[in-house]
Design a protein around this ligand. Sequence first.
Ligand code: NAD
Length: 421
Amino acid sequence: MSIFEDLLGCYLYETAEQIKLEDWIVEILAAPKRAVEVSIPLRLDSGKMKVFKAYRVLHSDARGPGKGGVRYQKELTVVDAKALAFLMSIKCACANIPFGGAKGGIAVDAKALSLNELERLTRAYVRETHLFTGENIDVQAPDLYTNERIIGWMADEYYKIKGKVLPAFITGKPVSMLGSLGRVEATGRGGAYIVSEIAKLKNLKPAKITVAIQGFGNVGYYTAKFLFEEGYKIVAVSDSKGGVYSGEGLNPEKLMEEKIKGGILGECIPTGSVLACKELERITNEELLESEIDILIPAAAEGQITEKNAGKIRADIVVELANASMTREADKILEKNKILVVPDIIANAGGVIVSYFEWIQNRTGDYWKKEKVFNELSNIILSEFRTINKMSEEKEISLRSAASIVALERLAEAVREKSRN
Ligand code: NAD
């Protein structure tokens, strides 16, 4: 089953049945409003031509303009982009921010390109897709293997095409280009707020909580950093090349320094690995997922926890910071094994919430202090988490089911309202 079918099954069909949603609304939400597929020819530094596929999918704009990341992922297909755009509609509704869902990107291994090639490809992507994106249409943001620098190139190219500065076109821009303070660390910050809320609810002391994080990029690193600062013991982290473990606890900032020493593409994309920390015990990604810890945080790619390894997970709590980190089957196994799963649509909403703040700041011209950004983020993410948690306890359903119900009801209400006569 593709992740598209899996996500629709989980967040749409199962939930629609529970809330007795009208068939015609299910039909609308089961397919994107628009899916754009383009081919981008790029002249490589060697002089050779190479053609890349790129996509931009707007799933729904019923609650507001589309919102969603642009990712550079070799295996990306239009089907994945559709699935992830749908997930964004659900996530924005779950966080109760005024956006629909969108997603896209380029099927490329960014690490295999030079910095100049990456910039030319990025700018060409904007030229090919700009008609379908914009402040009131579909607002893009960073995602897998894209970051502030890439978003800055995208904004600059868009301003050239339009002949004016339209900063609300995209979020996750460098602060010097009207980005928001706190956007870079927002997803990790939001994840850390949720971990702290759960620790409080369960009366657990951070110093006694062990954490393993799969993926040491933007989300994994900042989550590790904030939890470390609050006294949690980060015992294992990993990236695509493998992982490191220390029973004594790891210092995320030191790990990132070593990773960056291992290589970075134009101060842009780390090509090094946490494995550069030679004195630390090495573990595989599988071992990390299955390690004896209190909290497991998947913060890498989708589909990492499947029916094959879900039964081996020994953490008490899984905070899903990667989008769609587990299959539906895996989720059911974790639920059966009484592992508390905080689903992606609320756990990693910190990024899109601060993107929303950036969009507001760009439209009003009123730029916020970082303290205000984090206070507002904490207010929104914790208030929505508490709503979901309350429903989960009252109805004796998983957090994912409760989050799905809250989100789908909000999304359906907008679709219904648009068609009311
Ligand atoms: P990133 O490119 O900055 O980092 C990804 C990290 O995952 C890298 O360290 C990479 O080496 C590692 N990785 C990739 N495949 C792996 C594997 N199989 N095993 C272990 N590690 C692996 O990306 P990011 O922005 O941190 O995004 C991570 C996840 O979080 C994605 O699922 C993304 O969709 C989701 N997310 C990101 C944001 C955001 O604001 N950046 C917001 C919400 C959700």
